[in-house]
Design a protein around this ligand. Structure first.
Ligand code: PMP
Length: 370
């Protein structure tokens, strides 16, 4: 048998930019109160669980899924209020849709532009697909810097612009007029990423018919379906028809299609949970504002960004107390000393606030004693 070529090492074969990447890190959370990943904390009513169990038991998992997911798409249309003549494309999570969009436009030299800090996958996927990434800094209070955005658009002529609305990890909605000006100025596609739409007071879905270069992306992950992996892109068939060519035919499996469809039949249950989360967000925000040495940023999403002194120590203190949130300190200079907490169920939020106050107290004492 011929021995493998000595030149076939990962270092020689894999693209330089891929070798330089760090894999997306998902920390272990077993046994902890998990407030790190913007998940919906609520389970489903038992009756709905039974209905899902029946649907799953009867599913033809020996068959490939409906490649066009027609029935599920109908349900999505029914709950989304799409303007006429707009279509949807489904992704295995919206992460997959970001990748698909980037693959579609990734000619040599093509630019993907976003803001910083924002969702890290925009930059990572630009790298995966060989696009040039440009990140325009937000202002100090995490607003869009419109003059800087317009200048960057003139300079770099991006094929793709991603704007998360509300933004992750900052939680705010950008100014809608500023976004409109960006859409008007962009020579390429602008994707408004509404991953957190269920918790926000505004949407660009009604604007779809107004701009030929606008697409709106959503996910059901934050609404209680993170485990199903289902996102969608809404826009005109002129764009989506092209993207469909790149979508792998069976990217959404039989079970996610059936279960998501069943859940969307009971959309009111999910919306009720989202409404509860918005109420609890207000409670959590008030407590954070009232916490000595913490500064919280107002949020239209299901998480809150906040700043503390000694974020590393506070994060570890929370972990020791069984609470996992997201440490953003170290991820970007604008996020120095920042942590992000997902809104959980009331008892989880209470436990978090208690543990946070203890951890802050402990970190201050630790510093004083050092
Ligand atoms: N967009 C934004 C802004 C996000 O924060 C996330 C998840 N953190 C996603 C997209 C991806 O979500 P999913 O792949 O679960 O649909």
């Amino acid at each position: 048998m011929p021995s493998p070529s000595p030149s076939a090492t990962p270092e020689r074969l894999i693209r330089r930019e891929v070798l330089a990447l760090h894999a997306y890190h998902v920390p272990p959370a077993s046994g902890m109160i998990k407030l790190d990943a913007m998940e919906n904390p609520y389970s489903l009513p038992p009756q709905l669980c039974d209905e899902i169990a029946r649907v799953v038991a009867e599913a033809a998992i020996n068959r490939y899924p409906d490649a066009g997911a027609h029935s599920l798409k109908e349900k999505i249309r029914a709950v989304t209020a799409l303007p006429p003549n707009m279509d949807v494309l489904l992704g295995n999570g919206s992460d997959e849709i970001i990748q698909l969009l980037a693959m579609a436009v990734a000619q040599p030299g093509a630019v993907l532009l976003s803001v910083e800090p924002s969702f890290v996958m925009y930059k990572m996927i630009a790298t995966f697909t060989g696009m040039n990434y440009v990140g325009v800094p937000l202002t100090e209070d995490f607003a869009l810097d419109l003059p800087a955005m317009l200048a960057a658009i003139r300079q770099h002529r991006p094929a793709l612009v991603f704007l998360a609305y509300p933004n992750n990890p900052t939680g705010n909605l950008f100014d809608a007029d500023a976004i409109a000006q960006i859409i008007a100025a962009a020579p390429g596609l602008v994707v408004v990423d509404e991953a957190y739409y269920a918790f926000a007071s505004d949407s660009f879905i009604p604007q779809l018919a107004r701009y030929s270069n606008l697409l709106v992306m959503r996910t059901f992950s934050k609404l209680g379906m993170a485990g199903l992996r289902l996102g969608f892109l809404a826009g005109s068939t002129a764009w989506l028809g092209q993207m469909e060519k790149l979508r792998l035919p069976y990217n959404v499996g039989v079970l996610p299609q059936l279960v998501a469809e069943k859940l969307l039949q009971h959309h009111d249950v999910l919306l009720q949970q989202a409404a509860q989360i918005r109420e609890d967000r207000a409670w959590l925000f008030e407590r954070l504002v009232g916490t000595v040495d913490a500064h919280a940023y107002a949020s239209e999403a299901n998480f809150i960004l906040f700043r503390v002194n000694h974020a590393d120590k506070v994060f570890e203190g929370l972990k020791q107390r069984g609470i996992l949130i997201k440490k953003l300190h170290g991820a970007h200079p604008a996020l120095a000393d920042c942590l992000r907490v997902t809104v959980g169920a009331p008892a989880e939020n209470e436990a978090f606030i208690r543990a946070l106050q203890e951890s802050i107290h402990q970190s201050v004492q630790g510093i004083n004693h050092a």
